[in-house]
Every structure is written in structure tokens, then in C-alpha cells.
Write a protein that binds this ligand. Structure first.
Ligand code: GRG
Length: 276
């Protein structure tokens, strides 16, 4: 199996769980619920929820125990995309091959749909069956990754970014992109029953993978070499090598997990080497 095949396998399970979690469009306020669902069916790659599940499996845990976190992470990610596309942020008219939420539903509804997805993520975790103390820790990790120290803080740094210092660029990537991915891998491991040492190893895996993933994403979008991208500091081949080096460091964090971590490693390679 390759990473793409594993991802496809997880997408249907995650899609069904998202369908169950999201309010139906028949429920008022209909326009808000329609806007919340706009980017989900079909959803994106579902890389982050697949990383949650693969991390639980990598430590010998059942995927079902990690599914609420997988859903919550995708809800948070999608909220961030909706807000990132707004005219006051990146001002993008399309997302996932369709009109961005603010284009399809108006700016106010897009802001509110993002807000509601963020709230729903934490409702899903709070209501999840399973080990309540572990779910509480996973919720706290997700909240931190989404907050002012990481994702939102990274966006603030990104909006003000000027210059071409590679370390400063990677710091923005770490906050804006890698922190959420690290919350996926550490949280998945936690819910899968890992001890603290393995949770920390998979957190380091997620951070390195997240930075490599963001570099790869910037390489795929190379016509936008301005702004906060490593391509402002390095030629494309050097940026590609940096992503590969981070991927290699990430993989080394999983070696003692053996074959159980094989899907996780395949997913990581797919995320960094994908061509679309
Ligand atoms: C405005 C709250 C707020 C946050 C903005 C994370 C973020 C900060 C914005 C999202 C846009 C962005 C450039 C994120 C970096 C991570 C990234 C490459 C997102 C795209 O992720 P994919 O490729 O997308 O997994 P799909 O569509 O497959 O889910």
C-alpha cells in the first residue's frame, strides 16, 4: 500500500463521521449550516484526520478511539481555510475547486460558519465516548495548536511578514501549519494509548512533517514566491532538499514503532512528495 491508497481508505470513514457531526442543512439557520458544509462534501485530502488515525494505529491503538479527534481536527482546519480565504486575509475566491465560502454565501456568513466549525470541533471532543481524561488532554492540545501561540499567532506573523530569513519563515510554518499537524500525531498517539515518551516522539514527528509539508505546498504553488515562503530565501532545489531532510528526521522518530508505523511513514512521504 502507498500513502495515497491509505489516505483514500481513511477518507470514506472520516467523511461519514463528518456527515454525522455536522448539522443538517434542513435545520435552521439553513444558510449557515449549508455554508458550514460547503467545503466538506467532497472534502479535501483529509491528511490531518488520516494522520490522527495512523498515529493511533502506530502505537497499537484502535482507529475508532481516535476518530473524534480526527473529526475535530478537520473541523478546525476547515474553519482556518474559510477565514484564511476572506478578503481581509489572503483574499482567495476559490477553495477546493469551488467558490470560497465568502464568495458563495457572503462574508458575514463565512465568518460565522468558521466560528461555528471551531465551536463544533470542541463539542465533538467533549461528547466523544472513551477515556475522558485522555480526550480532555487531546482537546487542550488542539485548542493550543489553534490558538494565539500557534495557528492564529502564525497567521498574525504571516500577515506582517517581510524579508527572507529562512529560520523566521520556518517559525511561521511551525506555528501556522506544523502545530496542528503535531496536535494530530501527538493526540492520535495519546488516544491510541501511547506512553508519554512515544507521544513526544510523535509530536516531534508531526512538527517536522508539518514544516516539510508547508515547504512542499509552497513548491507546488511556486508562482507565489513572494510572502512567507522558503522560496523567498532559497532556490527551489534547496527548498526541496530541506523538505526531504525534515521528512527524513521525522521518519527517524518512528523507527522504534516498527511496522505499525508504516502507514504513518507512507502518509508523510505522500504529503511531502505529492505532485498536486
Ligand atoms: C485565519 C484563523 C485563520 C487562520 C489562517 C492555517 C491558516 C491560518 C490558514 C490556512 C491556509 C494555509 C496556507 C494553511 C497552511 C497549511 C496548508 C498547506 C493548508 C492546505 O492544507 P491541505 O493541502 O488542504 O491539507 P486540503 O484542502 O486538502 O484540506
Amino acid at each position: 500500500m502507498d500513502g495515497r491508497a491509505y489516505l483514500l481508505e481513511q477518507q470514506s470513514r472520516i467523511g461519514a463521521a463528518l456527515e454525522a457531526a455536522l448539522p443538517p442543512v434542513s435545520e435552521p439557520p439553513e444558510a449557515l449550516h449549508r455554508a458550514m458544509r460547503h467545503l466538506f462534501f467532497p472534502a479535501g485530502k483529509c491528511l490531518r484526520p488520516a494522520l490522527v488515525i495512523a498515529s493511533a494505529e502506530a502505537v497499537g491503538g484502535a482507529a475508532s478511539r481516535a476518530l473524534p479527534l480526527a473529526v475535530a481536527v478537520e473541523l478546525v482546519h476547515t474553519y482556518s481555510l474559510i477565514h484564511d480565504d476572506l478578503p481581509c486575509m489572503d483574499d482567495d475566491a476559490t477553495r477546493r475547486g469551488r467558490p470560497a465560502v465568502h464568495v458563495a454565501f457572503g462574508e458575514a456568513t463565512a465568518v460565522l460558519a468558521g466560528d461555528a466549525l471551531l465551536a463544533l470541533a470542541f463539542e465533538v471532543l467533549a461528547r466523544a465516548p472513551g477515556d475522558a481524561p485522555l480526550l480532555l488532554v487531546a482537546s487542550a492540545e488542539l485548542a493550543r495548536a489553534a490558538g494565539s501561540r500557534e495557528l492564529v499567532g502564525g497567521q498574525v506573523l504571516d500577515l506582517a511578514f517581510a524579508g527572507s530569513d529562512a529560520a523566521a519563515i520556518e517559525d511561521v510554518h511551525a506555528r501556522k501549519s506544523a502545530a496542528l499537524i503535531a496536535a494530530c500525531t501527538a493526540g492520535g498517539a495519546l488516544l491510541g494509548g501511547a506512553d508519554a515518551r512515544r507521544v513526544e516522539a510523535l509530536r516531534r514527528f508531526g512538527r517536522k512533517l508539518g514544516i516539510a509539508f508547508q515547504i512542499a505546498d509552497d513548491l507546488l504553488d511556486a508562482d507565489q514566491a513572494d510572502g512567507c515562503t522558503l522560496l523567498a530565501a532559497l532556490p527551489p532545489e534547496a527548498a526541496r532538499q530541506r523538505a526531504e531532510a525534515l521528512l527524513c528526521e521525522a521518519e527517524s522518530e518512528t523507527l522504534e514503532l516498527g511496522e505499525a508505523a508504516s502507514p504513518l511513514r507512507l502518509l508523510a512521504r505522500y504529503a511531502v512528495r505529492r505532485a498536486e
